[in-house]
Design a binder for this molecule. Structure first.
Ligand SMILES: [Zn+2]
Length: 237
């Protein structure tokens, strides 16, 4: 059996639970990755979102990254246990549950992203009897996220699909709606809210194409993008 090279990314694995990183947290990470000469590491706070009925975890969201005191070089970064303990105390005084520190993140500087033997040992050292997310990034904006499960046995998925989520800003949706209503006038004969089925939406696009707003190719792309089944359309193309 062929051994897959460690520094070559495979197709990412789509888990049954969503993994997400807050956009502002991600931005902090890229800024630190740019500032660092080589490696650095930080810890992330993770919220687990559960299904209200079953209690099962449906999503893990990294809400923030916290930089802690460390000694790092071009190809090595070490977390100082005393600094981690200090951070836990700090979180406690802020009323933040230290149990939320469930993401270890580090940058490889200019090198590719992968989990080295040393990274494996670091993750084993952080084993908490439950689960841990690990994220590795580099200056080229490559990233790889890994989910380790420590109970009932240690197993991990080394490259999971994840996405970046924009934080909710209080009042933003209302402000956008007010501005939209004030400035955008939508023609009712083209976009009728009641017409939501596939054939009608395609019909809207056809009208738009006929008045020159879309080329035939763009029309086709739009229909493909909406993912409609051609067989289900009343007036197939
Ligand atoms: Zn590493």
């Amino acid at each position: 059996m062929r051994n897959w090279p460690k520094n070559q990314q495979r197709e990412r694995v789509q888990l049954g639970i969503k993994i997400q990183v807050d956009a502002v947290a991600m931005q902090k990470l890229w800024l630190w990755a740019d500032m660092a000469k080589g490696e650095f590491s930080c810890l992330g706070l993770v919220d687990d979102i559960r299904d209200a009925n079953t209690g099962a975890v449906t999503a893990l969201i990294v809400t923030d990254f916290i930089l802690i005191k460390q000694q790092s070089s071009s190809d090595e970064t070490e977390l100082d246990p005393a600094a981690v303990a200090e951070l836990l105390m700090e979180l406690e005084t802020q009323g933040i549950d230290g149990n939320k520190l469930r993401c270890w993140c580090h940058s490889h500087g200019d090198l590719s992203v992968f989990f080295s033997g040393q990274d494996d040992r670091c993750i084993e050292g952080l084993a908490n009897g439950e689960w841990l997310l690990s994220l590795v990034v580099n200056k080229q904006r490559d990233s790889m996220i890994r989910l380790d499960q420590f109970h009932p046995c240690h197993l991990y998925v080394s490259d999971c699909v994840f996405d970046v989520v924009y934080p909710q800003v209080d009042g933003l949706a209302e402000a956008c709606l007010t501005e939209f209503k004030a400035k955008v006038r939508e023609s009712q004969n083209v976009f009728c809210r009641a017409r939501r089925n596939a054939a009608d939406r395609v019909q809207d696009l056809k009208i738009a194409q006929e008045r020159g707003a879309l080329t035939m190719d763009e029309l086709q792309d739009e229909i493909d993008w909406m993912g409609f089944d051609y067989d289900e359309l009343e007036t197939p193309f």
